[in-house]
Design a protein. Structure first.
Length: 282
């Protein structure tokens, strides 16, 4: 959904106006965090556009494509599109090969930089020995219950308010454990759904899917923040998810980005233009 004052028409108009003085490519992204990620990674001949929302990216580029405008590429989060069978958004829009950009960041070794900055080696070692998994897997194990509820809401059109799915409410900071049963009980208690068992069955009956497409990046960041305060480190509560996200963006290596399907799709788009329009830095 749009997050600012733009709409698809204004995005298309902005690009058409800028085209009068810009001959290179346009890279259109969903929001300010995406802009911050792509700014140091874009080709210097390209122009970065914050569309202020996924819909604005897709529909704005759709309008431009219909008018045969060239050299405009959009990048959007998959969210749950691939799991819901949502068709492609057109040849000029590429999609993350995980739920969202934050998931791509946490999937990469950029996560190690966050752990090195805010984690305690001794606490991390203790957690991994006791849990039998590394921190990344532990993070996924805690995020998946939230992701599966969100996916069930989207897939089965459950009458559940996303505002009821607040990570911090259901995580014990002292033990870094998640009360998944409490999550469903709270949803029902708050009147977001009629039957606790029906919601649980919907979640349990979800088809198997790649975990990185199910978990949501913002949930991962909140869980990571909570873990770093006690179980994984001694991070001050004043450090927010925004600071963690900034460090993740800065730490994402070119090699890690090049290993994604997103990078490959962006390169394929460049090739389709005869490399007349470049969006990725060399």
């Amino acid at each position: 959904m749009p997050t600012g004052h733009k709409d698809p028409g204004s995005v298309a108009a902005e690009i058409k106006m800028t085209r009068m003085v810009h001959d290179g490519a346009f890279l259109v992204v969903e929001g300010i965090d995406d802009s911050r990620f792509w700014e140091p990674r874009r080709h210097p001949s390209s122009e970065l556009v914050d569309a202020e929302g996924k819909r604005n990216v897709i529909e704005g580029i759709g309008r431009l494509s219909a008018s045969e405008s060239q050299g405009v590429l959009g990048v959007v989060d998959d969210d749950y599109d691939s799991l819901l069978g949502v068709e492609g958004h057109g040849e000029n829009v590429v999609v993350t090969d995980a739920h969202d950009l934050e998931c791509l960041l946490c999937r990469s070794r950029a996560l190690d930089s966050v752990l090195a900055e805010y984690g305690s080696p001794e606490k991390i070692q203790r957690f991994e020995q006791e849990a039998g998994v590394d921190v990344r897997v532990g993070l996924l194990e805690r995020a998946i219950c939230f992701g599966r509820v969100r996916l069930a809401v989207a897939l089965y059109c459950l009458d559940i308010e996303h505002g009821a799915i607040r990570v911090r409410r259901f995580v014990d900071e002292a033990t870094w454990t998640v009360d998944s049963d409490g999550l469903i009980r709270a949803i029902v208690k708050e009147g977001s759904a009629d039957d606790e068992r029906a919601v649980a069955r919907s979640v349990e009956g979800l088809p198997t899917a790649e975990v990185w497409r199910v978990v949501r990046g913002k949930d991962l960041l909140e869980l990571l923040r909570i873990g770093l305060m006690r179980v994984l480190g001694n991070m001050k509560p004043s450090v927010g998810t925004g600071q963690l996200a900034r460090l993740l963006r800065a730490a994402m290596s070119r090699e890690a980005l090049q290993s994604t399907q997103l990078w490959a799709d962006m390169r394929t788009w460049e090739e389709s233009t005869g490399r007349s329009y470049l969006v990725l830095g060399e």
